[in-house]
Design a protein around this ligand. Sequence first.
Ligand code: ATR
Length: 273
Amino acid sequence: MTGPVDRYVVIGNPIAHSKSPEIHARFAAQTGQDMVYERILAPLDGFERTVRELIGRGVKGANVTVPFKLEAYALAASHTERAQAAGAVNTLTFADGQIAGDNTDGIGLVNDIVRNAGVDIGGKKLLLLGAGGATRGVLLPLLQQRPAQLVIANRTLSKADELVQQFAGKGNVRSCSFEALQEPFDIVINATSASLSADVPPIAPAVFGESAFAYDMMYGAGPTVFMRFAAQHGAVVRDGLGMLVEQAAEAFYVWRGVRPETAPVYAELRAAL
Ligand code: ATR
């Protein structure tokens, strides 16, 4: 006998654009998991109410996207180490009357860089552009790869300084202004939201070392302005579509205990962009 099908959701505002339902439906089909996954639009002032209603209806878990990741953190009764470091939650699990919070964004980024792009982070000089929520969300998993050095550069230097203070015990991490950045790096990751307004952070081309790898956490049908800039200066470039698929795969694993294959799902999404 089978019980009712397990239900999962992604909650955001806006949410219509979310690709998570397509991704999880493909993972479920591929691994034979009996589940459904839907989009939920929560009112801007109604995240908690929405979550409680969903729990009341027997939903097992939720992905959380803009602008609710901090509220999801506050709502969760327990947090994984990576969620705690991120100060934000993108994966909620509802079980035994408890709300558990996790964050799979950072491991999604790491898996896309290391496994899919084939670029090791260990021992490398790493430059992270930006010091907002996107940066904080990925710092612990990046530092756990043991880069030789991780520099956080941001327009507002004090925000980079705060992150350095928070993560100082986790690896060799320091802050820098965009202007003072003159030395070459092996890996440059754009975690600013500058691509949204077609801006490139004001960095010197010298940051792209010999055969540097440049990653933009944003993605689109074509290369972002940051990717074009990096490619012009000799970097191998990659956008954030793989991170999206990998963070979903990790959430799927958190909920179902099964690891889906990400490559075919990535290829399908890429073809549809
Ligand atoms: P997110 O959750 O996407 O990280 P956020 O917390 O608002 O959003 O952070 C946005 C980041 O992009 C910040 O590091 C911001 O720099 P400031 O801290 O100085 O505001 C950075 N950013 C946004 N637009 C930018 C631009 N045009 N050039 C450089 N950095 C930019």
